[in-house]
Design a protein around this ligand. Structure first.
Ligand code: CP
Ligand code: NVA
Length: 300
């Protein structure tokens, strides 16, 4: 059987996401006792920092009977210029799957092309599909599904926003993004999602995006690798803070999501992230359950 990668939300169909989440749900309840990763190793390449992704994948692999290797790209030869294709072919001889977090998405595509084992995108500048899977699972826990639901994205049109666009395309819920001019999501992904019938709108007005939304979602204004732009971005994103006022425009049962880490007082106020509508800790926990299901499906 051909190996299967997970580089983007759109790599899975709606039915596949549903069955992945059914498995994650069983795992979360403690109703799953199998060890599909027994004797298997997941290599985790990190060119950027991580708390949640690193820990949830490592713990997840262990709980499934396998193990994970943390490989900082600074320490392996990849960081000294060894070609990605060579790294992919060598790692394929030792381990059973690779999770990679890096800058250029093309590097992940290249890694997957040359690896003979499954490759998982653990975040690139373009997308963050593992996080959005956990967010979708959290949304399903809150509302039972995505049907007829409206999701608001407020802030930077970054990797998270791009993966939400793919999610709206695949699952068919309504997505409204509010991004300042010049900080819109990836044009190609947006156009593809629209062409596939996705119900997705972009505005520059946060209130328009949040009106009646069931999920209000934001992320940092300067992502990893954009630290130098932080001050310029702080000015550009003025008025895009998710605060209690903005949350009042959402559906009364709306939940607040943030992939974390968060900057209180910038993209979200402390009272919202710590408030009763916030699901951010469940969202972070769900990384573990959903990725365990993903590892079982791809590597089991
Ligand atoms: N949300 C997320 O991916 O967190 P880390 O950067 O800590 O992995
Ligand atoms: N957009 C953020 C997400 C961090 C998990 C970043 O890329 O830094």
């Amino acid at each position: 059987m051909a190996k299967r990668d997970f580089l983007a939300i759109a790599d899975f169909t709606r039915d596949e996401i549903r069955s992945l989440f059914d498995l994650a749900e069983r795992m979360k309840k403690g109703a799953y006792r199998e060890a599909p990763l027994a004797g298997k190793t997941l290599a985790m390449i990190f060119a950027k920092s991580s708390t949640r992704t690193r820990v949830s994948f490592e713990v997840g692999a262990y709980q499934l009977g396998g193990r994970a290797l943390f490989l900082s790209s600074r320490d392996i030869q990849l960081g000294r210029g060894e070609p990605i294709a060579d790294t992919a072919r060598v790692l394929s001889r030792y381990v059973d799957g690779i999770m990679i977090r890096t800058f250029d998405h093309n590097d992940v595509v290249e890694l997957a092309r040359h690896a003979t084992i499954p490759v998982i995108n653990g975040l690139t500048d373009l997308s963050h599909p593992c996080q959005v899977l956990a967010d979708l699972f959290t949304m399903r826990e809150a509302f039972g599904g995505w049907e007829g639901k409206r999701v608001a994205w407020v802030g930077d049109g970054n990797n998270m926003a791009n993966s939400w666009i793919e999610a709206a395309q695949v699952l068919g819920f309504e997505l409204r993004l509010a991004c300042p001019e010049g900080f819109e999501p990836n044009r190609g992904m947006f156009d593809r999602a629209k062409a596939a019938g996705g119900c997705i709108e972009i505005t520059e007005v946060p209130e328009e995006a949040v009106e009646g939304a069931h999920v209000v979602n934001t992320d940092v204004w300067a992502s990893m690798g954009q630290e130098q732009e932080a001050e310029v971005r702080r000015r550009a994103f003025k008025g895009y803070t998710v605060d209690a006022e903005l949350m009042k425009l959402a559906d009364p049962k709306a939940i607040f999501l943030h992939c974390l880490p968060a900057h209180r007082g910038e993209e979200v106020t402390a009272d919202v992230i710590e408030g009763p509508q916030s699901r951010v800790w469940d969202e972070a926990e769900n990384r573990l359950h959903v990725q365990k299901a993903l590892l079982a499906v791809l590597m089991g």
